[in-house]
Design a protein around this ligand. Sequence first.
Ligand code: C5P
Length: 404
Amino acid sequence: MLNGKHIILGISGGIAAYKSVALLRLLVKAGAEVQVIITPSGKEFITPVTLSALSGKPVISEFFTANTGSWNSHVDLGLWADAMIIAPATASTIAKMAHGIADNMLITTYLSAKAPVFVAPSMDLDMFAHHTTTNNIALLKSYGNFIIEPAEGELASHLIGKGRMEEPENIVAYLDTYFRSSQDLKGKRVLITAGPTYEKIDPVRFIGNYSSGKMGYSLAHECAARGAKVTLISGPVSLKVEDTDGIEVIKIESGREMLSECEARFGKMDIAIMCAAVADYYVADVADKKIKRESEEIPELKLAKNKDIAATLGQVKTDKQILIGFALETDNEEENALKKLKKKNLDFIVLNSLKDKNSGFGTDNNTITIINKDCSKIKYPNMPKPAVSKAIVDIIVNNYLCSE
Ligand code: C5P
């Protein structure tokens, strides 16, 4: 699975840097193209000459190449990579990653990386067990990074405990498994609705809501990254999808447009995730000219009910299709979410908690509870939306697809 993959190997200044040479050799042997980035203190432990000879590329350490003044672009590197692995990751590098202290090329590249990031900590046992390190690692995990746990054994200090960087063979096996399982939606077709709908009042006004589309777009990226063919039916949002993301985007404005695009495609889908905040009502008598304020008469809007898209798809859903909805409740949260799940014939529903400030509409994070058809529940802590997307897709893959 590593053949042809672009991998950034970040090396920070720990004694385990000597193991990175073996790791680099194994990655290259497995067919990966590896770009090494070493921190200034990493060079105290291992020379760039050895690393560039093995990787077949100049090793990057500084923002600029001293003799030519040319700039090493961390942004380009971040886009180039299919994975970034930081091994060894010292306590200091982990802390800088967790808090965005971008004072070297490794950290700036980490902050620009679009690909999954794997961190293999290496330090003395007390440093590893310290609350600071534990909290920083928890932060990195919450940002969606993968931590390759260090092993127990004799450390450079001759003390025995947890802190030895994982063996290069195991790190390679970890990456291999990741790339294998990361294609767990290969061949699946996924329909996702996202964002708000705008219901026209007149040519310049509409009824809308605050949905940013962040959750739906994040889900689309997660599904596409795991090999699915994704169709995203999106209401008006400022988010963009790149051509290279492999996601088909259909832009709509109103709830009725979203419904007809969904109905036309649902039959061919394996999975549908209804994430959009569809307006409950549309304006039945849209004015064909701008409604004027000068008129003495206060206009009255005649509203009509938008059809429930999730429920409409739920009625025609086959046993092979998986249908997922979202719920945003203010009271009797779980009871109401479960009622919706049943009414709309969903397989599971994702309940957003509004109790948490950093959750729900427009935020970067979400606090969710997944409620299954059989009433079982899984509660998650407040997490960034990409981590929430991963959790949702993990449930689809592990609990629904395998039981097909
Ligand atoms: O009933 P409520 O609007 O709270 O249900 C939310 C769920 O139903 C979400 O998954 C949302 O995308 C979906 N929905 C829909 N069509 C509507 C209203 C809601 O698909 N007209």
